[in-house]
Design a protein around this ligand. Structure first.
Ligand code: DNO
Length: 353
């Protein structure tokens, strides 16, 4: 049985733990410590407090999304060793608090990127969209750009110098720096029974002239082979990889699921509006370009027992809040996942449905 979870941004989140608890089938919360700068150590006491609060709501605290990777590690600067030591300590502290999976990503500077956070859709909802023509005109160094996934530690105007540092960084450099990082942290994770789960790049192509490497099947394969350990695995995010029509999500789940490399599943649907542009949609298969039933069936057939969560939702029913992370549409997504999973269980894995 998979474990259904929900992302929660802590006390500042408009979505409460009570809200989450009432979603049918919810077993746990995916969260993080948000008020410690990237690269620093998360004090054990803070982690324990977060855990207590979540457990008081009868929810489990076993997945972290994310422990961010400091830019100096991605850039391969001499200062990286200090940040890698801190990362190792975070793994140890989180293990001590009972955490099982740590999600992270290796996207330079920008985490997930969109051209609009609230595009009105014909049904009156709003959604996150990525239109390549608009992104092409955006200037991240201007200081006025605000995107949802950005690491808040780059203040206004603070991006210019960081972007400058990436000028000569190639995709192969990023791979080397990721390799250095993994060789240092995976043994620590393995020793403490933590499974690291890299999140693919979203979108899975270079943006603003900076390379991105976790973008397709070959990249995932290369990643898991850098260090051969059950602790070196994936967050397989359907909405991130799935926006490239060359990525076959069902095949990816089958391949990496069979190898027991998927520790965390993000389920989201998207509609490819043209190659390189997309809109986020409701989870329902017919709403977007992905066959969510086929994706979940692939998880089911590989005997997936990991953590799964509905991913971004649209804003519906007048809800306002953190783009992509309101309550209602994600809760509908959770219920949809439950419905499909229950059907698969009742009909049995080998039957088509
Ligand atoms: C977006 C998320 C990402 C993800 C990180 C993982 O909604 O899926 O921001 O949390 O990339 O490190």
């Amino acid at each position: 049985m998979m474990k259904l979870t929900f992302r929660w941004y802590g006390k500042d989140d408009k979505v409460t733990l009570d809200n989450i608890r009432q979603i049918p089938g919810m077993t746990g919360v995916v969260s993080a410590i948000y008020d410690i700068p990237v690269g620093e150590i998360w004090p054990l006491a803070k982690i324990q407090l977060l855990k207590q609060e979540i457990q008081q709501h009868n929810l489990e605290f076993e997945v972290i999304e994310s422990v961010p990777v400091h830019e100096d590690i991605k850039l391969g600067l001499p200062t990286r060793d200090k940040y890698i030591n801190n990362y190792q300590q975070n793994i140890v502290n989180l293990a001590q608090a009972g955490v099982k999976v740590i999600c992270y990503n290796f996207m330079p500077v920008f985490d997930w990127t969109r051209s609009s956070l609230a595009k009105p859709l014909p049904d009156g909802s709003t959604a996150l969209v990525y239109e390549k023509n608009i992104v092409a005109q955006m200037d991240p160094a201007s200081g006025s750009l605000a995107l949802p996934g950005w690491d808040a530690s780059y203040g206004e105007g603070g991006l210019g110098p960081v972007l400058e540092q990436y000028k000569n960084v190639t995709a192969e450099n990023l791979w080397q720096n990721l390799t250095y990082f993994l060789k240092a942290i995976i043994p620590v994770a393995a020793q403490h029974d933590i499974r690291m789960a890299i999140h693919p790049d979203d979108p899975p192509w270079p943006i603003f002239g900076i390379p991105r490497i976790i973008t397709n099947r070959d990249a995932l394969d290369r990643l898991v082979n850098i260090v051969d350990s059950p602790s070196n695995g994936l967050t397989l995010c359907s909405g991130s990889l799935g926006v490239a029509s060359t990525n076959d999500m069902v095949a990816l789940v089958k391949e990496f699921g069979a190898k027991k490399k998927v520790h965390f599943a993000h389920i989201r649907n998207i509609k490819i509006t043209e190659e390189g542009s997309f809109e986020e949609t409701a989870h329902l298969s017919s709403a977007g370009s992905l066959d969510i039933v086929a994706i979940l069936k692939a998880y089911y057939d590989t005997g997936f027992t990991g953590y799964i969560r509905p991913d971004h939702g649209r804003m519906i029913w007048g809800e306002t809040g953190r783009p992509g992370y309101g309550l209602y549409d994600r809760a509908l997504g959770a219920t949809y996942i439950n419905g499909i999973w229950e059907t698969l269980e009742k009909l049995g894995g080998e039957q088509s449905c």
